[in-house]
Write a protein that binds this ligand. Structure first.
Ligand code: NAP
Ligand code: MG
Length: 402
């Protein structure tokens, strides 16, 4: 069989620990036999980040701007323990944070649905993709404890020294205060990323805030989304047969629970923090959750939502067998290769990406899976495979499709 050619390189960001081991297995077994893989490789493993003073992370993000599509392996975010373990020069920042800041992107998380791993919510049939605004609000708030009687105000001083004041509260006794902010530019980027991703995946977009109560703050979010939609995306959405839907956050929560899924749910920072944990745990497993960073300019970086699976890696180092789930990492690759194929009009590559996903799902639905899934599946007597065995089983299914 002739291998599929790639005209434009994909930005490849290698990572750490168990996911780095899976990374190589996936490439060797599931990709390179079928695709003449053309990547620009960046080693974001912690050793190389340390050796390059983290320059490699910045370079990989710049390369993503150049080529448009990246695939990333999970990476260690250093803490005190990692400083000693890897003998680090500095406590390097989270690569995901660095890349997100450079691309000004929004992270979309979606579960991978297979028969046999049923969501807790019975009526959820299709994935719910959660988009969380990752700037400001309570995460960048200033807080104060009020000791007793007194007046609290918000004061804004402009460049010329002019003050604008709003009364918060006349305190009769002790209490608490909080000052939040957000930026129009950040909300605009968030909105554009959401509209772009909805178009790219042909899914409806839902957005919700509490604008009836928060008539200036939340209402600004609503207005910015609405304005960008009306001016830039309305026609494109109509042509794609998808809709943009705004409602109140409590109404959205009620509708989500009763829905079939199959849409993108955009949330403000706090709502997204809380709801992404609810949605992902209700769908079953972190190991079955994909994640894609989308910039307002339409650059894409695909990865798994889970970390480097450190505990499994230490077993692996001791020569013990592991049964680590590679599904989310495989879907990071298929997502990136499909996007690359779409941008380059490379139909063979798009079809290969579809087949890789089909083969992965078929493997699990035939009862062959890793231990984490075997513990929660509704399939009787599943076959539990080790990390390598599972990938080899997917290869057998993939060969049937190619
Ligand atoms: P983790 O790697 O997500 O793993 C937590 C636990 O979840 C594992 O110990 C394992 O449970 C289970 N698990 C996660 N993924 C699995 C998979 N693919 N297959 C089977 N089981 C899986 O989180 P962590 O242990 O808290 O973090 C480890 C490192 O990852 C940290 O250094 C952190 O900084 C980094 N991290 C990176 C990213 C990223 O790059 N996007 C995200 C999160 C964390 P059992 O041990 O019970 O089997
Ligand atoms: Mg959280």
């Amino acid at each position: 069989m002739e291998k599929i050619k790639m005209t434009t390189p994909l930005v490849e960001m290698d990572g750490d620990e168990m996911t780095r081991i899976l990374w190589k297995m996936i490439k060797d077994e599931l990709i390179c036999p079928y695709v003449e893989l053309n990547t620009e490789y960046y080693d974001l493993g912690l050793e190389n980040r340390n050796a390059t003073d983290d320059k490699v992370t910045f370079e990989s993000a710049e390369a993503t701007k150049k080529y448009g599509v990246a695939v990333k392996c999970a990476t260690i975010t250093p803490n005190a323990a990692r400083m000693t373990e890897y003998n680090l020069k500095e406590m390097w920042k989270s690569p995901n944070g660095t890349i997100r800041a450079i691309l000004d992107g929004t992270v979309f998380r979606a579960p991978i649905i297979v028969k046999g791993i049923e969501p807790c919510v019975r009526n959820w049939k299709k994935p719910i993709t959660l988009a969380r605004h990752a700037y400001g609000d309570v995460y960048k708030a200033t807080e104060m404890k009020v000791s007793g009687k007194g007046k609290a105000e918000i004061v804004f001083t402009d460049e010329n020294g002019n003050e604008t004041r709003e009364l918060i509260h006349e305190f009769k006794g002790p209490g608490v205060l909080q000052g939040q902010h957000n930026l129009e530019g950040s909300i605009e980027s968030f909105a554009k990323s959401c509209f772009e991703y909805a178009l790219s995946t042909k899914q409806d977009l839902w957005f919700a805030t509490k604008d009836t109560i928060s008539k200036k703050y939340d209402h600004t979010f609503k207005d910015i989304f609405n304005e960008i939609f009306e001016n830039e995306y309305k026609d494109k959405f109509e042509a794609a047969g998808i809709t943009y839907f705004y409602t109140l956050i409590d109404d959205a929560v009620a509708r989500v629970m009763k829905s079939e899924g199959g849409y993108i749910w955009a949330c403000k920072n706090y709502d997204g923090d809380v709801m992404s944990d609810m949605v992902s745990s209700a769908f079953g497993s972190l190991a079955m959750m994909t994640s894609v960073l989308v910039s307002p300019q339409g650059y894409y970086e695909y990865e798994a939502a889970h970390g480097t699976v450190q505990r499994h890696y230490y077993k692996h180092l001791k020569g013990e067998e592991t049964s680590t789930n590679s599904v989310a990492t495989i879907f990071a690759w298929s997502g990136a290769l499909r996007k690359r194929g779409e941008l380059d009009s490379n139909e063979a590559l798009v079809k290969y990406a579809d087949n890789l996903e089909k083969a992965t799902i078929a493997t699990i639905e035939s009862g062959k899976m890793t231990k984490d899934l075997a513990l929660i599946t509704s399939i009787d007597n599943p076959t539990v495979l080790n990390s390598e065995g599972f990938i080899k089983a997917i290869r057998e299914e993939l060969d049937k499709l190619n």
